[in-house]
Write a protein that binds this ligand. Structure first.
Ligand SMILES: [Zn+2]
Length: 731
């Protein structure tokens, strides 16, 4: 996933994430405020607001981060930004692109810097102290955002520029910025009556606190519900897991024990390998009960409140439901299109689960001492046994060839082939980092040597770091105000090895590593002029990253980089063949666990929220969908952070599948080309139409330019080993 906390498209991005309040200041007050603000700007002393200095066009001062500066920085950053916005809104000159839209694109520099640090504290180095500040700041940020998106004078100026541009179109990129900015404001209720605007802002303020609470509850359950094992409970577990579990226990003051952390990677490994069925059930229950324990960190109340408030907010603007409002500027356009795609895939997915369960039951019958029926906590365990039996593929053997350093080099190689990028390590100490494990590389053009940006990598799991993997930017590419180069970052949760030990990762984790790097390449390859054009379209922005995953299994990568960590020998051809053969393995499970969450996300937001009981709704919806009892949603509602700890993925979780239709289809474009995945001509088109333009072009149009037609669902069904529908449905 991408992490774009309030950072897409400056002010409009802020408006898009949060929302709207009346601004009653007069012009005189404003210009006074503005003068003061400008003076403050010059004399800025707060390290979190200061202009980034140092090499590469300036870099964040991650070595100067002190929580004591955060609140004042955020408050001052918001005040400065508001003063800039007021100056734009109250400009006596007639509204033009330059004095309104371009001025808005320029505004909020200090706040953007403060948000970069805020994002680091929130995702990479969180602490109870930070969370207290976050809880206090969330409603204030919401209020701030509302002041901008509900600024009547500002909106009228935007509307004037927009209306004029309809009559006399501007250059293409300016026209696109105007359209996106105008639509964002309109979507955030800029056209509402003063009363409705007031309520709109109240709702958003309340929502922002609920999102924070939801996220913090989930994190608290991940940190606090740890399962400790004794030495006699380790049967079946790989040595690497045991080692890191021992360290994790020691880190938590439980020397001599073994900690199964309540995170996806820890749970996933334990359920795959542990021979102890009762413990598997316990770990499974602990993980899938996050936010649902009926204790102080239970999220059910939060969900009910969030759904109600979201519904009320979009009704103020005349929409039937949240999904309809949200999808209007997505590639899918409306919930019906998104549901149609999910419904087209769902029957094949659950039919495949039946086959998978039957295969697993056979293994269980033959190997288990007692008679068992496959339960959800058995799925990963017996799937692994079937995998070995059917494909003779041993995940642990595969891991020996997936060493983190080699994988990193493999990604750089891929970037070199497709994007002509070169990655060079930045010497330690030259660029500040927020944690000693973070490493930085300089990205340049292979041919011209031109500096393109920096790439930061924060690889390891630790306390206070959120789970999963994500990509983000500290600075995006723009040229409208002098060229700014990209600062992109990737973040993972690989288990940090004991000193001197290699980091060996699973095939899935290696795939995710490539995925997040795809986001980074999307940031780094941008050639847009204005910040707003860097914004992502939710159901499109996962496409570029998903597509990049495909290079992991190309021959060139395998032969050069997937080398045994001890012998240095490349992965043998028969193991590669087995991996490829097993690619469609367990697709029933994977597609079903994902789709169940995606469909739930959509249905929760299409339903009448009055009196909605999240637990009951989840149960009944799954029953109506004929959800196989052996599979659980990938993210159950009480910890579905994509959807409830913010709005980024709300009614947007389907986007991964939507993007995957494009991914499979685009991937076939490479397969069909003479040079395969390294075909220069297709690669050039890929960069030109699908990466570099970001949001400066309509995604559907960009895709047609790349492929010569719209994407079809067929390639996706083939990739997952599902039957291809007889009449190929277009999307
Ligand atoms: Zn992603």
């Amino acid at each position: 996933m991408t992490n774009k906390i309030l950072r897409t498209g400056k002010v409009t991005g802020l408006a898009a994430v949060l929302a709207l309040a009346s601004c009653t200041s007069t012009t005189t007050q404003q210009s006074q405020q503005n003068t003061t603000a400008m003076e403050q700007k010059k004399a800025e002393t707060n390290p979190l607001l200061k202009e980034w200095t140092g090499p590469y066009g300036g870099v964040p001062a991650f070595d100067k981060m002190s929580l004591a500066d955060l609140k004042p920085a955020m408050e001052k950053g918001m005040a400065l930004n508001l003063a800039e916005i007021e100056a734009i809104a109250n400009n006596p000159a007639p509204a033009t692109f330059e004095n309104t839209i371009e001025a808005m694109e320029r505004a909020g520099e200090e706040l953007n810097r403060a948000f970069t640090y805020y994002g680091i504290w929130s995702s990479n180095v969180s602490s109870p102290e930070f969370r207290a500040i976050q809880a206090e700041m969330a409603p204030k940020i919401s209020e701030f955002s509302s002041k901008i998106s509900q600024n009547e004078k500002l909106f009228q100026r935007i509307k004037t520029v927009y209306d004029n541009a309809q009559k006399n179109p501007l250059p293409a990129d300016q026209q696109r910025v105007v359209q996106l900015v105008y639509e964002n404001f309109a979507m955030e209720g800029a056209d509402l009556s003063p009363e409705a605007k007031k309520r709109y802002a109240e709702i958003n303020k309340e929502l922002s606190s609920l999102y924070t609470a939801f996220g913090n509850n989930t994190l608290a359950d991940e940190e606090n519900y740890v399962t400790y094992l004794t030495k006699d409970q380790l049967k079946g577990l790989p040595e690497s897991f045991v080692k890191s579990a021992a360290k994790a226990a020691a880190d938590r003051g439980q020397e001599g024990k073994y900690a199964v952390l309540n995170t996806r990677s820890s749970m996933d490994q334990f359920l795959t390998y542990s021979d102890e069925r009762a413990l598997r059930e316990k770990v499974w229950n602990t993980y899938y009960s996050r936010g649902d324990n009926g204790d102080a960190t239970d999220n059910n109340q939060n969900i009910a409140k969030i759904l109600k408030l979201r519904n009320e907010r979009v009704k103020l603007m005349g929409y039937d439901n949240y999904a309809e409002w949200r999808l209007q500027n997505r590639m899918a356009k409306n919930p019906e299109n998104a549901m149609a795609l999910m419904n087209a895939v769902w029957p094949a997915a659950i039919a495949r689960v039946k086959e998978e369960v039957a295969d697993m039951q056979k293994v269980a019958n033959a190997t288990s001492k007692t008679k068992i029926t496959i339960a959800p906590w058995d799925y990963r365990y017996y799937a692994e046994k079937v995998r070995k039996q059917k494909y003779d593929l041993n995940s642990d053997e595969v891991k020996q060839y997936l060493e983190l350093g080699n994988l990193t080099q493999a990604m750089f190689f891929t970037a070199g082939e497709l994007f002509n990028f070169k990655f060079t390590p930045v010497e330690e100490g030259k660029v500040p980092v927020f944690q000693e494990d973070v490493k930085v590389w300089e990205v340049t053009d292979k041919t011209t040597g031109e500096h393109i940006g920096l790439w930061y990598l924060d690889p390891f799991a630790r306390q206070g770091k959120r789970s999963g993997a994500w990509a983000t930017t500290y600075r995006a590419h723009t040229t409208f105000d002098g060229k700014k180069t990209v600062l992109a970052s990737n973040n993972s949760n690989f288990v940090k090895p004991a000193p001197g030990e290699p980091v060996l990762v699973s095939w899935d984790d290696a795939t995710t590593f490539f995925h997040e790097f795809g986001h980074a390449l999307h940031f780094l390859s941008a050639n847009v002029k204005y910040p707003t054009l860097n914004s992502g379209v939710r159901d499109y922005t996962e496409f570029q990253s998903q597509l990049l995953e495909r290079w992991l299994s190309t021959d060139k990568v395998i032969n050069q980089f997937l080398k045994h960590h001890e012998t240095g020998k490349p992965m043998p051809a028969d193991l590669v063949a087995k991996i490829k053969k097993a690619a469609t393995f367990n697709q029933g499970f994977e597609t079903t666990e994902y789709l169940a969450s995606a469909i739930m996300d959509m249905k929760l937001h299409l339903a009448d929220p009055n009196g909605l009981d999240p637990d009951k709704f989840e149960r009944e919806t799954l029953a109506a969908m004929k959800m196989p009892k052996e599979v659980v949603m990938r993210h159950r509602t009480p910890h579905f952070g994509h959807v409830f700890s913010g709005e980024g993925y709300a009614t947007g979780y389907y986007g991964y599948l939507w993007a995957d239709v494009l991914t499979s289809d685009a991937s076939e474009a490479f397969e069909e080309a003479p040079g395969g995945f390294y075909d220069k001509e297709v690669a050039a088109k890929l960069v030109k139409y699908l990466f570099a333009p970001r949001n400066s072009m309509d995604p559907a149009e960009a895709y047609r330019l790349f492929r010569g037609r719209d994407a079809k669902i067929d390639a996706l069904m083939r990739d997952r080993g599902f039957p291809v529908p007889s009449e190929s449905s277009k999307k």
